[in-house]
Unconditional design. Structure first.
Length: 309
């Protein structure tokens, strides 16, 4: 029987390419040269006996074999990170609070769920919150000034653990469609001029990537809002169109329509991002697992009878 010895770093390189859809972006995230990363992936493919990725001018895509193997690589690395996190906790027990960064897009209900989950840990912990845009939060996470961040699921950061913990529908505000609140396809509203926030805002990245996924040109309002709240306000006074998570709509609009892409509702995902290779790694894994379970629990139906004990 042929014995395959797989390099763990090569597995992480492949995972990074899968997540960033780019060899160069994956190399930048790891702080290695692109040839080093490419050679690592090539050696992994040689050891496995299959090709994982196809490159083209449009980017990097998994091969048919890669589409089956890459999720298994994710599972292997998840298990390995859990093992390392637990050994870190046993070797270096800690008592400090969890430092958590949150995007302004993260709702108070999700923050409250996180506090509740932290108190229910095997070793209950306090949370110390910091709100900020995507770029400073991820920088502080990489520098060790934060232990975990809750952000829109648009950041690369392949060297960290990622898990989606919540989703919500996206709506389009289009002053030109006065009085129409019916669902609408992205292509049907692509000609509007959209109000965007700063480049560090996860919402702007989400909007840009959404248009790119449909090969649509994104027309923009010439100004720049400072926050999603300003986007909402400016759209309300007719300066331009906007895409916003439904829960972030606070103003009256003449048209606020559920957004569709190929007939399916467009949703924005929120994820937890953290590093397992710290003394808090196992606690963070437990915290995110509890958050994920709470997010997947079905909401009680209105008017339903309470469950019997």
């Amino acid at each position: 029987m042929r014995i395959v010895i797989v390099n763990i770093e090569a597995l992480r390189y492949a995972q990074a390419v899968s997540r960033t859809k780019s060899f160069s972006a994956a190399a930048r995230a790891y702080g290695v040269t692109q040839p080093a990363l490419s050679n690592g992936v090539a050696r992994l493919e040689e050891e496995l006996g299959i090709k994982l990725f196809d490159r083209s001018p449009r980017g990097v895509k998994p091969t048919a074999h890669g589409a089956r193997i890459l999720p298994l690589i994710d599972d292997v690395l998840d298990d390995l990170d859990t093992l390392l996190a637990e050994t870190q906790r046993l070797a270096r027990p800690v008592t400090e609070a969890i430092r958590m960064g949150v995007s302004p897009l993260i709702g108070a209900d999700l923050v409250a769920r996180t506090f509740q989950a932290a108190r229910g840990l095997t070793r209950p912990r306090d949370l110390v919150l910091r709100e900020g845009d995507l770029e400073p939060l991820t920088s502080d996470l990489q520098a060790g000034r934060l232990d975990i961040v809750l952000v829109p699921a648009v950041a690369g950061m392949p060297t960290f653990r990622h898990r989606v913990i919540a989703r919500e529908p996206v709506v389009v505000i289009d002053p030109a469609a006065s009085g129409d609140d019916s669902p609408v396809e992205l292509k049907a509203v692509a000609d509007a001029a959209y109000i965007l926030g700063p480049s560090t805002c996860g919402l702007t990245t989400f909007t840009t990537e959404l248009f790119q996924s449909d090969d649509l040109a994104l027309r923009t309002y010439p100004g720049e809002a400072a926050s999603f709240r300003a986007v909402d306000e400016w759209a309300a006074i007719g300066l331009g169109a906007a895409l916003l998570p439904r829960s972030k709509i606070t103003h009256e609009h003449t048209s606020c329509r559920p957004l569709l892409q190929a007939g399916k509702p467009v949703e924005i995902a929120y994820e937890a991002v953290w590093d397992c290779d710290t003394p808090l790694g196992a606690d963070l894994e437990e915290l995110v697992t509890a958050l994920t379970a709470a997010g997947e629990a079905p909401a009680p139906q209105v008017g339903s009878a309470p469950a019997t004990q």
